[in-house]
Design a protein around this ligand. Sequence first.
Ligand code: CMP
Length: 139
Amino acid sequence: MQGNITLTMIKPDAMRSGYIGKILDHIVSGGFSIRAAKVLHLTHYQAEKFYLVHKDRPFYRDLVEFMSSGPILAAVLEKENAVDAFRQLIGSTDPAKAETGTIRNLYGASIQENAVHGSDSDENALIEAAFFFNQFERV
Ligand code: CMP
C-alpha cells in the first residue's frame, strides 16, 4: 500500500530567489495538504545527517555546503500516493531534464540547486518527516 505523506524542502536557492510563495502555491494547487511547515537554517551537521545516504557520492560535500548556505522551508505534505505524486509534480533531479511545468523545470537552477527536495520512498518520507517535526508539530 502506498503511503500518504512525503517530506519536502524548498532549498536555499529557491528561498534566495523569492520563489517560496510560487512553489507553495504550486504544491497546494497540485492537491497536497500541508500538515506541517517551518522555515529554518540547517547547520552543516544537520545537512550532513539529512543527506547521510549520499555520503559516498562525489557531490556530497558540495551538497552539504549548499543546503546549509541559507534558510530552507521544510514541510510534510499529504496526498494519496504522496511520494510518487510529489515526484511527478517536481520533475527530474536535473532541472534541465525536468518535464515542462514541473517545479524544478520552472524554478531549479542546476542539478544541485534544484529548488526542492522530495522523499524517494514511503520509508524515507517517515524518517525525513521525523527529522524535522515531532508529533505535536504535525496535524
Ligand atoms: P534531492 O532530491 O534533495 O536529493 C539529493 C540531492 O543531491 C539532489 O536533490 C540534488 O540537490 C543533489 N544531487 C543529486 N545528483 C547530483 C549531482 N550529480 N551533482 C550534484 N548534486 C546532485
